[in-house]
Design a protein around this ligand. Structure first.
Ligand code: AMP
Length: 394
């Protein structure tokens, strides 16, 4: 597995797959430049070596060429973040792109138009990948967000650089963070899984039961486990067809010596609304007409005790409906516990969708060891799948 530091980019053109799929507002201005900032160290290393950067990315889900998804909207932000003027070419392949790449000088940056303006990108088309490969001398993959897709620019293009391909710093860091939990994690290891459904997390649960010592289950998933064990869940969300599976998981955890911690109490509400009436109820006996929308105070205390014992912590999914202020406390308190454990020396990784949003919203980003930039890619890694974008680089 080669990384950026295995290469000197002097007078070389680096073809870099970045993930600049950033949110834009109605004026087409970038509203969150995290993904661009994340790629900066890779770009700077190449420029400082005396090389040049050809940046390729997708943006949104265009159907053919659509102005609203043009990467020209992000040029100014890239220039701001990197501190270097950027050139732009309005087609990522073909003569115009080849000429622009050819005339690129050391220290310069070229941004290619949206890869997904060509349907061949998502299809993983070999000819299209070969056309892209003509643009650079060394292929660098720094896009963790798309590493689980076998697209032309994320996977297939690597074939055309048998020796000259490597991970960028971001991708290297993402892989190292996941390995720090899944392969070399210091024990005791804790995984916290929250979110809405058991069905979307089941493969992760099955995979991590072999790796962790403690598993905290929170969020909407809780109630499938509670009902399966004979608890009364009122109107709380539940997947009845997954109750047997929930019992199997509890049994399997016992066999593997994994301690599963379910909430002890919940903040129950009489409607799915921030303005609903609320009451703290025992998780096993939620009144008819009420639903559990957050974990309660006893659960928060218990989860804190568990987190403080652990040396490695993985967090995926909120513990409650954190989008509503009155049901965000469990998620915030868990963030506080993980932050404290991290301060005491634990390694903590937060990844996959809504937990990342929660961590950012409540200001825990700097208080945990690593926040993953990849939603689907992170989840597939936790499921134990080999990501095609990573496999293609080995
Ligand atoms: P996921 O994408 O599976 O991680 O699910 C995240 C979503 O789960 C968030 O939008 C939360 O609002 C939701 N969620 C968390 N706890 C509950 C709950 N007790 N009842 C309903 N939805 C929940």
């Amino acid at each position: 597995m080669k990384t950026l530091n295995d290469f000197n980019f002097k007078n070389k053109k680096a073809l870099i797959r970045v993930d600049f799929n950033v949110p834009l507002n109605e004026e087409f201005t970038v509203t969150d430049s995290t993904r661009i900032t994340s790629a900066k160290p890779t770009i700077i290393k190449i420029l400082e070596d005396g090389g040049s950067c050809i940046l390729m990315s997708h943006l949104g889900r265009p159907d053919g060429v659509q102005n609203e998804f043009s990467l020209k909207h992000i040029i100014a932000t890239v220039e701001n973040v990197v501190g270097v003027e950027a050139k732009f070419v309005s087609n990522c392949v073909g003569t115009e792109a080849e000429e622009a790449a050819e005339s690129l000088k050391p220290g310069e940056i070229l941004i290619l138009e949206n890869l997904r303006f060509h349907k061949e990108e998502k299809k993983g088309d070999r000819n299209f990948a070969e056309k892209l490969s003509k643009l650079g001398d060394i292929y660098v993959n720094d896009a963790f967000g798309t590493a689980h897709r076998a697209h032309a620019s994320t996977t297939i293009v690597a074939d055309f650089f048998p020796e000259n391909k490597c991970f960028g710093y971001l991708l290297e860091q993402e892989i190292a963070s996941i390995d720090k939990v899944m392969k070399t994690g210091e024990k005791p290891i804790l995984a916290v899984l929250g979110g809405a459904k058991v069905s979307s997390k089941i493969t992760i649960i099955e995979n991590i039961l072999d790796k962790v010592d403690h598993l905290i289950v929170g969020g909407g998933m809780t109630f499938t486990f509670i009902k399966a064990q004979g608890g009364k869940i009122g109107n709380s969300i539940c997947e009845d067809d997954k109750m047997e599976l929930a019992l199997d998981i509890l049994k399997l955890a016992k066999e593997k010596n994994v301690q599963i911690h379910l909430p002890l109490d919940v903040v129950a509400a009489d409607a799915f609304s921030n303005d609903a009436n609320t009451q703290i109820m025992d998780v096993m006996s939620i009144s008819d007409g009420w639903q559990g929308l957050d974990v309660g105070p006893k659960s928060i205390t218990r989860f804190h005790e568990v987190a403080m014992q652990c040396k490695t912590i993985l967090w995926n999914g909120p513990l409650g409906v954190f989008e509503m202020e009155h049901f965000a406390k469990g998620t915030i308190e868990l963030g506080n516990s993980i932050a404290e454990a991290t301060k005491n020396g634990a390694f903590s990784l937060v990844g996959g969708g809504d937990s990342v949003a929660a961590v950012k919203q409540f200001g825990f980003e700097k208080k945990v060891s690593y926040v993953s930039t990849g939603g689907g890619a992170m989840l597939e890694s936790l499921e134990g799948k080999k990501l095609p974008g990573i496999a293609a680089m080995l």
